[in-house]
Design a protein around this ligand. Structure first.
Ligand SMILES: Nc1ncnc2c1ncn2[C@@H]1O[C@H](COP(=O)(O)OP(=O)(O)OP(=O)(O)O)[C@@H](O)[C@H]1O
Length: 323
């Protein structure tokens, strides 16, 4: 990893207006700032409704931010021509089944991508590239090509979508909950593949998940989101072994371990629908250490140790009492 900034995100805010008169305002993201370094895996963790998909949609240029700036390789995102941007940034989404048409063979998305992004290549060159990218993701091209989606597992289909992204030789892979719909036994294959992408192909990965355990498995750094705001952010070893935010501490307790009983788990829930702007800490209502001050004053990210930030007025206290 050379540590150079790939994305620089500053003050990113996305407000949705809903309701009959469009007067209900939902802060899907509020003042989110972070960077993505070249060659790293950054995991973005949060419960349902925390703003993960909105963030990825903005990075995919599907949604436009309400305010804030995003630089991709030093140039504002809106100044990147979409075609030029998609040559560098590819996305793989949650549901592998929805990416395939059941009436076409599974190679169709691969052919389409090769045709679009290798316009001057011959048929033989495109076919060679398709076979190579299937091999990279651990699939036997002879076993895979010619099959229909229902003849392959979710994990195999997800790997074909990663192979499709790889054909374009991207710098960045945006991965939105890509293992949540595949069997637990196949998850490790896909996660190991993401690791191989980083180490062997030098691809930077934004890995979006609701599962802190999965997030830490392959990440270099972790960003924890709650109700559209960053709770904690930093190097995976520090965040995972010394979570400083009460929310991350709660998420840690909800990771199943072989040594803990089911009844000891704290199950996290879907975040209730949030409307309007919350003046204080967005986590105060669920926080075990919240004080009155937290409800009326918004915390900002503070460095609790080198390379590790938490957005909590009492982060240092929480860190000390928990460890
Ligand atoms: N197009 C939209 N119009 C109105 N509200 C939206 C829209 N998209 C997202 N939201 C709201 O913004 C908030 C964040 O949603 P988002 O989908 O980004 O969360 P998420 O963390 O990806 O959740 P999930 O894991 O369930 O996909 C939610 O309250 C959601 O209802």
């Amino acid at each position: 990893m050379n540590g150079e900034g790939l994305y620089e995100v500053k003050g990113l805010t996305k407000v949705f207006s809903t309701g009959f008169f469009r007067t209900t305002r939902i802060y899907a993201l509020n003042n989110v700032s972070f960077n993505v370094r070249e060659g790293e895996v950054l995991s973005i963790v949060g419960e349902s409704g925390s703003g993960k998909s909105t963030l990825l949609k903005i990075l995919m240029k599907v949604e436009r931010p309400t305010s804030g700036t995003i630089l991709y390789r030093g140039r504002p995102l809106e100044r990147w021509d979409s075609r030029e941007y998609w040559k560098e940034v590819q996305a793989v989404l949650q549901d592998p089944y929805s990416s395939f048409n059941p009436f076409y063979r599974v190679e169709r998305p691969l052919y389409m991508a090769a045709k679009t992004y290798m316009p001057s290549a011959s048929e033989a060159e495109r076919m060679k590239a398709i076979r190579e990218s299937l091999e990279f993701v651990g699939l036997d091209p002879d076993e895979t090509l010619g099959k229909y989606p229902h003849q392959l597992s979710g994990g195999q289909l997800q790997r074909i979508m990663i192979a499709r992204a790889l054909l374009i030789k991207p710098r960045v892979l945006l991965a939105d909950e890509i293992v949540s719909m595949i069997d637990a036994s196949l998850r490790a294959n896909v996660l190991n593949l993401l690791y191989k992408l980083k180490t062997e192909a030098g691809v930077s990965v934004l890995f979006v998940t609701h599962d802190l355990g999965l997030a830490s498995y392959i990440a270099d750094r972790i960003l924890v989101l709650y109700k559209g705001e960053i709770m904690e952010y930093g190097d995976v070893d520090s965040v995972y072994s010394r979570p400083a935010h009460p929310y991350t501490q709660l998420l840690m307790k909800s990771i199943p371990r072989v040594t803990s009983k089911w009844r000891d788990r704290i199950t996290t829930t879907t975040i209730e629908f949030k409307t309007g702007y919350i003046k204080g800490c967005v986590f105060a209502d669920r926080c075990p250490i919240a004080r009155d001050y937290c409800r009326s004053n918004k915390p900002t990210l503070k460095e609790v140790e080198p390379g590790h930030w938490a957005s909590c007025h009492y982060a240092l206290e929480a860190l000390k009492s928990a460890h």
